[in-house]
Write a protein that binds this ligand. Structure first.
Ligand code: AMP
Length: 429
């Protein structure tokens, strides 16, 4: 039997996990700093939630969702996080509890897309949503948070694209204008776009096919159809971004794949590292109608989601330092029991400790100690223990010293402090 992970769904192996944790910790810290609280919603929701919020004629709903039936329910493994969060917002009537809610989430999402570099079937997003604030101040604040986040992780080469889709009326007027422009040119469009023309003409603007891009270059621009209020909103966003010194490009063709957007729409693209064609690091926008459509009152909302896999591709792969670590190498049965005791003493001092229970020749154990990345190895030989001592070997300096058993912990701590090595978590417990 040849059992493998499902295509497009990847293991995140222990040697990669540290970078994931670094990214997640940075996101949590920044989100909290910007006043957001975490929400955790189920990974499985009613299929109708996604159909209603994302929109029937979108790629995600049409062909990418992992849906199944169980106990007479039509269910879907979430393709994104905004719909579930909005469902929870309505279900728990947060609009009665607070005027503005700021939520963030981190977790896996599932879309049956064609796998490629930076495009997976199980991928991970970190996202944030604001309910109850019509913007555009909070729109700019969200974008500022993203810039701070990427910069903290060393990604400087960022390209912010913004657009406005106006409110519902604008979108509809634009749809008509776009149809009037594209329909006579239908035969020159790609096959996919010809299909989209009847289901979701705005998506034609998203197409990457060369023939579509040429035609769309001269298409009417949604920005020309904005009403006064939409225009004021979009101007406000730009003024705020200018004040924050955030560079951006107004991209009238930016429509993004989900149907729920209104007014502000943005995307941040990267270009560094190993990021290839899938250069969209994150996307977001307003969805002022969704809460109402899901059964709540009219509450404006805005959010974004950023892809963690793409972020890791864009980040330079930096060697992660191993935290201060001691490897315990007991050479006999007495040493093994003592190693367990010593390990707990060290861990109580917040020092990462690995006990090697597979007693073998000293040389073999030292080999394993080296491979573990530990800086120090404590050798617990039965004879030495009878004399009340332990050998401590500095694996980098290749120096060894005999230390009385009752001074082992303080001696190890001293060595780490002098070497400037931080214990796990950065400080004593
Ligand atoms: P979306 O939810 O489609 O607005 O996407 C937001 C962000 O999630 C994108 O900018 C990507 O960084 C990431 N993303 C979306 N789909 C995928 C995927 N299939 N694989 C990896 N990352 C993805």
């Amino acid at each position: 039997m040849n059992l493998r992970a499902v295509k497009g769904m990847n293991d995140i192996l222990p040697q990669e996990v540290q970078r994931w944790q670094q990214v997640e910790a940075a996101f949590r810290r920044l989100a909290e700093l910007y006043g957001f609280s975490e929400i955790r919603t189920p990974i499985v929701e009613q299929t109708s939630l996604f159909v209603r919020s994302i929109g029937e004629a979108t790629d995600v709903v049409e062909k990418e969702m992992y849906s199944f039936q169980r106990h007479d329910n039509e269910l879907t493994i979430r393709p994104e996080g905004t719909a579930g969060a909005a469902r929870a917002y309505v279900e728990h009537k947060f609009f009665n509890l607070e005027a503005i809610s700021r939520w963030y989430y981190i977790g896996p999402m599932f879309r049956g897309e064609r796998p490629a570099r930076g495009r997976h079937r199980q991928f991970h997003q970190a996202g944030a949503e604001i309910y109850g604030d019509p913007g555009p101040v909070c729109d700019a604040d969200l974008i500022a948070m993203l810039i701070d986040f990427y910069q903290e992780l060393g990604i400087a080469d960022l390209h912010v694209l913004i657009n406005s889709l106006g409110s519902k009326g604008t979108r509809e007027r634009y749809r008509d204008a776009l149809l009037a422009y594209l329909t006579p040119l239908k035969d020159r469009l790609s096959e996919d776009s010809q299909r989209r023309l009847s289901t979701n003409p705005l998506r034609v603007l998203d197409s990457k096919a060369a023939e579509d891009r040429n035609i769309c270059g001269n298409a009417p621009k949604i920005l020309d159809l904005l009403d006064d209020e939409d225009r004021r909103h979009f101007d406000g966003l730009q003024n705020n971004l200018d004040k924050l010194n955030i560079k951006y490009t107004v991209e009238p063709r930016l429509v993004r794949g989900l149907d729920y957007y209104t007014r502000t729409l943005f995307e941040i693209q990267g270009s560094g590292g190993e990021l290839g064609a899938q250069n969209a690091l994150c996307g977001g926008g307003r969805y002022d109608n969704m809460v109402k459509e899901l059964g709540g009152p009219a509450v404006p909302a805005i959010g974004f989601a950023l892809g963690i896999e793409r972020l890791l591709l864009a980040m330079a792969a930096k060697e992660q330092p191993v935290p201060a670590t001691v490897y315990l190498a007991p050479l006999g049965e007495q040493g093994q029991a003592e190693a367990l005791v010593l390990a707990r003493e060290l861990r109580q001092r917040n020092i990462r400790t690995i006990v090697d229970g597979r007693t073998q020749k000293l040389k073999t154990m030292l080999h394993r100690a080296d491979a573990s990345g530990a800086q120090l190895c404590a050798i617990l030989g039965d004879g030495e223990l009878e004399r009340g001592v332990v050998q401590i070997k500095d694996l980098k300096e290749r120096k060894q010293a005999e230390v009385p058993r009752d001074q082992v912990v303080s001696e190890i701590e001293k060595t780490f402090v002098e070497a400037g090595l931080l214990p796990l978590g950065g400080g004593p417990r």
